[in-house]
Design a protein around this ligand. Structure first.
Ligand SMILES: [Zn+2]
Length: 196
């Protein structure tokens, strides 16, 4: 059965000289029982602990999906011995790089969408589950722990991303996501429901 579990709720604190920063890590179990880790992040101890809470080890993971190349999301991509690492446009395994997969690499219920705005190359997933759509968003949406996480869609879309390479593009991408999904897992911050 297709399932989405937030293993780690990402947090970020850029208020001091030393940044404290790890991303949300999501486990998707496909209808066929394959396991995808979205954004393994940068906190190895926390990742292993959370996998253990789900009775999983690094050998049990079939795929790693990276939303964008920033190291707070991608640093641990290589810790899963059997996993194929997938990005918005490529997949990798043991030194082989295959370009140009289409957005349906994970099957029809998990759509990969390639975009930009936070970074030059962002991607996010839309998971179709029980007639609801869940967006695993990477840093298309994120909040620092000192910021109030707004609930109003208008504020959510315009929330300033201090690291965005193109805030206008990012705002448009956010609007297009909120139009179609009912639940969003942000890169850092609490998952939220979209009122329709
Ligand atoms: Zn991030």
């Amino acid at each position: 059965m297709l399932k989405v579990d937030v293993l780690i709720q990402g947090a970020a604190d850029f208020s001091k000289e030393i940044w404290f920063d790890y991303c949300s890590t999501t486990l998707i179990t496909t209808a066929e029982g394959k396991r995808i880790i979205v954004d393994p992040g940068s906190n190895r101890i926390l990742l292993l602990e959370k996998l253990g809470e789900h009775n999983l080890q690094i050998n049990d993971i079939d795929y790693v999906f990276i939303t964008h190349s920033h190291l707070d999301h991608s640093l641990l991509a290589g810790v899963f011995p059997k996993a194929i690492v997938v990005t918005g446009s490529q997949w990798w395994k043991d030194g082989v790089e295959i370009h140009n997969h289409d957005g349906s690499y994970f099957g029809k219920n998990i759509k990969i969408i390639k975009t930009s705005g936070h970074s030059h190359s962002d991607s996010y997933l839309i998971v179709d589950i029980d007639k609801k759509k869940i967006c695993v968003a990477g840093d298309i949406f994120w909040w620092d722990k000192h910021e109030i996480q707004e609930v109003h869609p208008g504020e959510i879309v315009s929330h300033l991303d201090r690291f965005a390479i193109d805030m206008q593009k990012l705002t448009e991408v956010r609007m297009s996501i909120l139009k179609v999904v009912s639940y969003v897992i942000p890169g850092h911050g609490k998952p939220f429901i979209i009122d329709k």
